[in-house]
Design a protein. Sequence first.
Length: 115
Amino acid sequence: QVQLVESGGGLVQAGDSLTLSCAISGRFFSTATMGWFRQAPGNEREFVARITWSGGDTDYAGSVKGRFSISRDNAKNTVYLNMNSLKPEDTAVYYCNVYPPGNNWGQGTQVTVSS
């Protein structure tokens, strides 16, 4: 079974930057499109960004476009989310998963942005 371990979250101020990491087990990783998702309190989990297996194609939610950047290192079975110009509305638990997402989620990593 695929295991997903997210890390890198924290408490930051508006305008700060963070880079999240997701370590993935499973031989399929290098051929899978991967995505980042987030869930704020009281909200549904939502799509943030995705990246194809080669890293050549990326896509972002409108709310993060231009501020967030997704990347991956297939040799390390890791996908990253670089977040710049963070806003309080970016506060959420962030998860990675294959895209489209399956039912197997990791524990996520909390990102809290204070104003």
